[in-house]
Design a protein around this ligand. Structure first.
Ligand SMILES: Cc1ncc(C[n+]2csc(CCOP(=O)(O)OP(=O)(O)O)c2C)c(N)n1
Ligand code: SF4
Ligand SMILES: [Mg+2]
Length: 250
């Protein structure tokens, strides 16, 4: 039987993503997928996703994938890495998962310099459960549980995750904050984080500023304004901890 000549698009393994229109998770995962392809590490990478909207990526990549209890993706990936150090392990989670219920895991893995990569999407809310206030909710931001706007006098300021991780890790860590508004830069940060793990240097962490238009109840223009102006004003985009050696990774 003659070989079927199929259009190129049919041969590429793709899936429609399951996030709401305008969601930031899809963009962060696109940057991650491209970073994995460019580093050529698909066959040795294990992807772990948390509870929250990140779990919608559980069958997204053609890679070994595990989905864990809320906030527990970090220690699960630490266990996999320790069992087989040749693997590249990625823990992917939301701000609620990493900075609230899973904060003890993030802190201890970082302080122990575990050789894993944690990627965290900061969309300022608990999105999957309906948009409650998270550690990263902006001052004045209205959520389901802060209907008059977050008041830092009572809640403290929004959590600065990468700055916290940088403060408790040693000089072998790589820490950065990217944004879905600059995917090229975000991919570069993710590649450096993965390279840091592969060089067996230490813990690597990249927070991404991300959007949740569904719970923010914003249209496209308002969504991008919130990410590019308000979030970026408080959460400074850039590398927080790096070294000259890692510049070679990109
Ligand atoms: C142990 C546990 N506690 C609470 C929940 C309820 N829960 C599910 S998703 C979620 C919030 C997720 O928020 P975040 O981690 O920021 O991810 P997002 O959905 O915003 O991407 C919560 C509290 C749960 N599933 N399991
Ligand atoms: S609820 Fe928000 S974070 Fe979840 S898929 Fe929809 S836009 Fe994305
Ligand atoms: Mg969130």
């Amino acid at each position: 039987m003659p070989e079927l000549k199929m259009p190129r698009v049919w041969r590429i393994e793709t899936k429609p993503h399951k996030f709401c229109p305008g969601c930031g998770h899809g963009l962060v995962l696109k940057a991650l997928g491209e970073a994995i392809d460019e580093l050529g590490i698909q066959d040795r990478t294990v992807f772990g996703c948390d509870i929250g909207c990140s779990l919608l990526s559980w069958d997204f990549f053609n890679m070994d994938t595990i989905q864990t209890h809320h906030g527990r993706t970090t220690p699960v990936m630490v266990g996999i890495k320790r069992a087989n150090p040749e693997l590249v392990t990625i823990a992917y989670m939301g701000d609620g998962g990493g900075y609230a219920i899973g904060s003890q895991h993030l802190v201890n893995a970082a302080a122990r310099n575990e050789k894993i990569t944690v990627l965290l999407s900061n969309n300022t809310v608990y999105a999957m459960t309906g948009g409650q206030m998270a550690p990263t909710t902006m001052p004045g931001q209205k959520t389901e549980t802060s209907p008059y706007g977050r008041d830092p006098r009572y809640t403290g300021p929004p959590m600065l995750g990468p700055e916290m991780v940088a403060a408790i890790t040693d000089e072998n860590a790589y820490v950065a904050r990217g944004t879905i508004a600059n995917l090229r830069q975000l991919k570069a940060y993710i590649k450096k984080a993965l390279q840091n793990q592969m060089d067996a240097k230490g813990f690597s962490f990249v927070e991404s500023l991300a959007a949740c238009p569904t719970n923010w109840r914003t249209n496209a223009e308002e969504t991008w304004r919130f990410v590019e102006r308000e979030m970026t004003n408080h959460f400074k985009v850039g590398e927080v901890k790096t070294s000259a050696a890692r510049e070679k990774a990109v």
